[in-house]
Design a protein around this ligand. Structure first.
Ligand code: EPZ
Length: 431
């Protein structure tokens, strides 16, 4: 298992510029959408992260051919060769569920393994299923697979019981080729959903209400070719903003979309950081010496993103007072707290709340990552934990961050990637 090791003799003050990559959570639905047409879809600003490779492996199994050059891809599925998204691929990446809607719409049949839970929660897909049933799909769950069939999906009205990002994305993609009009209510408002809708419109879909809670989709007979640029990754950008706030640094982020970061920028500004536009698609952040504590509650966009909760928790360990972080989206997204406690943080979990008492000096240690954003939180903690911090099982990190250690090195951080680091697996030498 690979690990990252951060050497922190004295606290860092990150200085310099970092270029933010394309959004993992935008490129995955965009790639799935390419199944909806027999024509070529061309995507640029692709983040070279593990989840993209996993999605391409899955799409190739379904019949896609692609040519990935640097950060651009031309992908085309002339014919669907298989309707099955196998368990081992879906287990590796839950976002594989995003092929369900397109396969059903294009092919009339989809057999997709149930994703199951993961480190951050139970992660049901019941809303995806009931939504597609409303569009006329016949869906059975057999041997851990979703078996969905529909000669031709029919437009209908459907209201999501709760906001779901990939649930909205699946339904929009399915409705694009359904017969008649579909009205989806209580849709997720994340920028990645709007960007997917913009790609579908470029492919010939007819979608009204993009960016609003109600989407109106009038189905068409077929979709055509399109070119589309993947939007910047607001969570990677947020992670670097927190890194600057945490270390009292002075950082310029290039290739960002400031409008997608408002909730986080508000919280970081309140904590004492100064954040300003530094050009059309750039932000500059200057961290403060004293970090103000504050309570934060995660919420669907445009609220404070759950994908930034772990990273913000590290910042609050260095704040001068107590903060309460409430996680409302996932039922088990505090695993990173135990690892932060091992570095010296004072955090108490009470149900959906984490009470973080700052300021606590952190000292480096061996820690283990449990999921993608928990890994990012531990890298941030390593920047302020004196001594050496080794983050194990960083395969999680590689799923969603492109070359993070390279980007940190350019900002002055001493960080190495270790191959086959298993000493955290030899079990405790002493009880
Ligand atoms: C997307 O996951 C993101 N992944 C997640 O990012 C992100 O944390 C999440 O949205 C919330 O913003 C991608 O876009 C690939 P949801 P998704 O459906 O779509 C419940 C990362 O780190 N729910 O919006 O799976 C669910 O349990 C990942 O990049 C149902 O009850 O999340 C949760 O409580 C982690 N039934 C809430 O809705 C359903 O059918 C929001 O989940 C679907 C969801």
């Amino acid at each position: 298992m690979e690990a990252l090791r951060i050497y922190t003799e004295k606290p860092y003050q990150l200085q310099g510029e970092v270029i933010i990559s394309g959004a993992k959570n935008a490129v995955l639905p965009a790639l799935a959408a390419s199944l909806l047409t027999a024509e070529e879809v061309h995507l640029t600003n692709i983040p070279l992260v593990k989840d993209v490779q996993t999605m391409l492996t899955l799409l190739a199994e379904l019949g896609a051919e692609y040519n990935l050059k640097k950060k651009s891809i031309a992908i085309r599925t002339k014919k669907i060769l298989s309707e099955q998204a196998p368990y081992q691929l879906v287990r590796a990446m839950r976002a594989s569920i995003l092929v369900l809607g397109p396969l059903l719409a294009r092919r009339g049949r989809a057999v997709v393994a149930l994703p199951g839970g993961c480190a951050i929660g139970t992660r049901p897909v019941d809303l995806h299923i009931t939504g597609l049933q409303r569009l006329g799909a016949d869906i059975k769950i057999e041997h851990g697979y979703i078996v969905a069939e529909a000669r031709r999906l029919k437009g209908a009205e459907f209201e999501f019981e709760k906001k779901t990002v990939t649930g909205t994305e699946n339904l929009v993609m399915a409705a694009a080729l359904a017969r008649g009009e579909t009205v989806l209510k209580n849709c997720a408002l994340e920028p990645e959903v709007s960007s997917l809708c913009e790609l579908l419109v470029k492919m010939g879909a007819r979608i009204d209400g993009i960016g609003e809670e109600t989407l109106r989709i009038r189905g068409v007979e077929e979709l055509g070719p399109a070119s589309h640029r993947i939007i910047p990754d607001r969570i990677e950008a947020g992670t670097f903003l927190v890194a600057a706030a945490l270390t009292g640094g002075d950082l310029v982020l290039r290739e960002v979309e400031p409008a997608h970061l408002q909730a986080l920028v508000d919280r970081l500004t309140f904590s004492g950081a100064r954040i300003e536009k530094a050009g059309r698609r750039s932000l500059r952040i200057i961290g403060s010496q004293e970090i103000k504590p504050q309570d934060v509650t995660t919420a669907p966009y445009p609220g404070f993103p759950t994908d930034m909760q772990a990273q913000f928790m590290v910042l609050m360990t260095q704040a001068s007072g107590t903060s309460i972080i409430t996680e409302t989206i996932f039922d088990r997204r505090f695993a990173h707290a135990n690892e932060l406690i091992r570095l010296g943080a004072s955090i108490e979990i009470q149900g959906d709340k984490a009470i973080v008492r700052g300021r606590t000096p952190l000292s480096g240690a061996e820690v283990v990552a449990t999921d993608l954003r928990a890994s990012a939180c531990l890298v941030l903690a390593g920047l302020v934990a004196t001594g050496q911090t080794t983050i194990n099982d960083i395969e999680h990190l590689d799923r969603g961050y492109e070359k993070i250690e390279e980007k940190l090195k350019t900002l002055g951080v001493k960080i190495d990637r270790l191959k086959n680091n298993n000493n955290h697996r030899m079990g405790a030498k002493h009880e």
